[in-house]
Write a protein that binds this ligand. Structure first.
Ligand code: PLP
Length: 432
């Protein structure tokens, strides 16, 4: 019997043996296309030699030095390069080790900034239904993910109140596209006012494109511009959770920049290290850092491994790889093929609806009938069944449905996938 406590204690998991590019092999020699980059993480694919070399070289120099005692060159350089890629004046970085820690740290920073601005009463966070910001208790408090909130209810804030920007299942979805953004965003303002408005609300948090809790829900144009305006009007910070959408997944370095808006805090993780080490980053706008500089001068809430030189060197090597191999160029080329391929499958199968996404983050959902958009009965678990069928075909995809709509699926292969590999992915999916 295994001593490792796994997600599902009853499930006989295959053991992964090795990976190369978009491919994974188990110990029995079966191959799988990693159609979800694990959890939207392995962005440059598996087994990249350059990363292994960078890892070994840094480990020989110095793997760990505590950031309260030393700074280190890889972390300094990584912060410099990330802030150059981030939109606007997002010009300081705090490193953490996961997306959940990034959510926690963004909360702490928002509370600290308001405290140091003499407004300690601003303590409320507003978030959306069908959102996911992490499993730690603060992050889970903000997450509109029924399944993962599970039995922890007593320890969490009230369920996030703002409806998702979910055109397929919203009454504004039939409006002309240019009118949708303003209507879809209105509930944020309602929620901010209901929570006490400018006096009480510290920040709102949103994923530019909802990933794990919805299956690539892309907001209508103008949505984030309008949300930025609402936040400014009510003196509320805007936290963009780019743990999935950051680092090239949606075709540019960060999805926040699509509408030219600058969030106050931008979180990223997953693709930052592309899975080669645990790493996350909280990127802050200049005025927030200035508040702290002129106030306490301290941002002391780090974790033991925050910004360790080994992880930072690995992330630098990932960034180098992405730039040298024009990975964003590949995302642009493959995105169009992915959209066409998924829409062709939708044409063939009446139970597939609302193919949606951007870059290499795509989703769709299962319905009983496209007209009525009726989801399959919950007891059937369409998503789980499909994920299992894909597995049998040697394709890994990610279940992104949450109760009571457990019917969505995410396709998010490594950003280095070739045209032939994408064709093979779609063929295996078709068979499933
Ligand atoms: N934020 C978003 C948008 C996520 O998708 C996730 C994980 O899926 C997290 C935060 C939490 O990240 P982690 O699992 O690295 O703690």
């Amino acid at each position: 019997m295994s001593a490792l406590l796994k997600n599902d204690l009853a499930k006989p998991y295959q053991t992964v043996a090795r990976g190369k590019g978009v491919w994974l092999w188990d110990t029995e020699g079966r191959d799988y296309i990693d159609g979800s980059s694990g959890a939207m993480t392995a962005n440059i694919g598996h087994g990249v030699e350059e990363i292994a070399d960078a890892m070994a070289a840094q480990a020989r120099e110095v793997a760990f030095a505590f950031t309260a005692q030393f700074t280190n060159a890889p972390a300094e350089e990584l912060a410099r390069r990330l802030t150059a890629l981030a939109p606007g004046d997002l010009d300081h970085v705090f490193f953490v080790n996961s997306g959940s820690e990034a959510s926690e740290h963004a909360m702490r920073l928002a509370l600290q900034v308001w405290r140091e601005r003499g407004r300690p009463g601003k303590t409320r966070f507003i978030s959306r239904q069908r959102s996911y910001h992490g499993m730690t208790m603060g992050a889970l408090s903000m997450s509109g993910h029924d399944g993962r909130r599970g039995d922890f209810g007593d320890y969490l804030h009230a369920f996030p109140e703002v409806p998702p920007a979910y055109a397929f299942r919203s009454d504004w979805g039939d409006l002309p596209e240019e009118e949708q953004g303003a209507v879809a965003v209105a509930e944020w303002e309602t929620a901010i006012l209901a929570a006490g408005g400018a006096d009480k609300v510290a920040a709102v948090i949103a994923e530019p494109i909802v990933g794990a809790a919805g299956g690539a829900l892309v907001p209508p144009p103008g949505y984030f511009t309008a949300l930025r305006e609402i936040c400014d009007r009510h003196d509320v910070l805007l936290i963009a959770d780019e743990v999935i959408t950051g680092m090239g997944r949606t075709g540019s370095w960060f999805a926040s920049g699509f509408e030219g808006i600058v969030p106050d805090i931008l979180n990223t993780a997953k693709g930052l290290s592309a899975g080669y080490t645990p790493m996350g980053a909280v990127i802050l706008r200049a005025p927030l850092v200035e508040t702290i500089r002129q106030g306490s001068g301290l941002a002391p809430y780090g974790h033991t491994f925050s910004g360790n030189p080994l992880s930072a060197a690995i992330c630098l090597a990932v960034l180098d790889y992405m730039e040298t191999h024009d990975v964003l160029g590949n995302v642009a080329a493959r995105a169009a093929e992915m959209e066409a391929g998924l829409k062709a499958l939708q044409q063939r199968y009446a139970h597939v609806a609302d193919v949606r996404g951007r870059g290499l983050l795509w989703g769709f959902e299962f319905v009983m009938d496209r007209q009525g958009k009726t989801p399959p009965p919950a007891e059937f678990n369409a998503t789980g069944t499909f994920v299992d069928l894909c597995w049998e075909e040697g394709l890994v995809v990610y279940p992104a449905g949450i109760k009571p709509l457990n019917n969505a699926c995410l396709i998010s292969p490594p950003l280095v996938i070739t045209a032939d590999e994408l064709t093979e992915l779609l063929t295996r999916m078709d068979r499933a």
